[in-house]
Design a protein around this ligand. Structure first.
Ligand code: DGY
Length: 313
């Protein structure tokens, strides 16, 4: 029997495609690798999430043919083990581009205009009337945006920034002539982005090369009025160095949807006013999560039918 094990409850649209050959864990919290290996034993496919650490223990389950992650990122999966063990890995790229770019832009505006801080201020009963000096932030229109990692999401943030008349610099491993033409974007070094951009938005995947790409040296080069936004993966930013920079007001603010040790968040961040913290909700719109679930399920079905999956990693 070809059957599918799902490591977390997913939207109904994805389940419906796999019904009836599907088992969904009943655990309300992410499973450990040991629990996944135990519960998934005997299944031909696993549909997992970015919260599941998938290594050799899971990938070597007898009869396992496909691991479909309901995420664009694949840093939680040991891809060299999957290649060695002959397990096809698939992901869900593309469908979360707009949702994640929207959230990056929401963080840019929320940090620049101090929205959560202003909301807390008002709810605390501290609003005593309009005040010329009250809660001033940074103007975004016409400012310089640095995109670190100009893949689909980074490019979409740049496109959205054109509505705000922003100038775009980008860092990418390969030149992107079409993107440059469409967004009047200019390729720049990491140093130039750090030193000259008013907003830096991080969009690189997490790899050994990008771990702590935004480190103490990068933050030290940023302008005191600058904003850092990270909707990619937490470890791309050195969280301890960021706490220092924010605490000493060496940069204006940061907006984070991802953290180094998710779901843990540095205690230092929690006590600061100049950082906006979100619980990894970049792709969390109904439309996007439905699409992610159906894409992951379609990848599983293709492999089980002996066809090439639409989104192999
Ligand atoms: C992904 O798919 O990698 C995102 O981080 C989920 O929001």
């Amino acid at each position: 029997m070809k059957s599918v094990f799902i490591t977390r409850p997913i939207p109904e649209s994805g389940l419906a495609l796999l019904f009836p050959h599907v088992t969904v864990t009943t655990s309300p919290k992410p499973l450990t690798p040991e629990e996944i290996a135990f519960q998934a034993e005997g299944n031909t496919a696993i549909l997992c999430q970015l919260t599941d650490k998938i290594g050799e223990q899971v990938l070597s389950l007898p009869g396992l043919r496909v691991l479909a992650t309901m995420s664009a990122g694949t840093d939680h999966i040991d891809l060299s083990a999957s290649r060695r063990l002959g397990v096809t890995v698939t992901n869900t790229p593309g469908c979360l581009t707009e949702a994640t770019a929207e959230l990056a832009f929401a963080l840019i505006l929320a940090t620049a205009r101090r929205l959560p801080e202003s909301d807390r201020f008002l709810r605390a009963g501290r609003f005593k009337g309009w005040d010329p000096l009250l809660l001033q932030g940074q103007t975004i229109v016409g400012k310089r945006l640095g995109i670190v990692g100009a893949g689909r999401i980074g490019q979409e943030v740049a496109r959205m920034s054109k509505g705000f008349g922003m100038e775009v610099l980008y860092l990418s491993r390969t030149p992107k002539p079409e993107f440059e033409a469409a967004c009047a974007a200019r390729s720049a070094s990491l140093d130039e982005i750090a030193a000259t951009c008013d907003v830096v938005s991080v969009h690189t995947p997490l790899t050994p090369e990008t771990r702590h790409l935004v480190d103490a040296a990068f933050l030290a080069k940023m302008k005191p009025t600058a904003i850092l936004v990270n909707t990619a993966r937490g470890p791309v930013v050195d969280e301890a160095a960021l706490v220092d920079a924010l605490r000493q007001k060496r940069i204006f603010a940061a907006g984070l949807d991802v953290f180094e040790e998710e779901p843990a968040v540095s205690a230092g961040l929690l006590e600061l006013e100049n950082v906006v913290l979100l619980p990894h909700i970049g792709s969390a719109t109904f439309e996007t999560r439905n699409r992610m679930a159906t894409m992951a399920a379609s990848n599983v079905l293709a492999v089980l039918r002996g066809e090439p999956p639409p989104n192999p990693v």
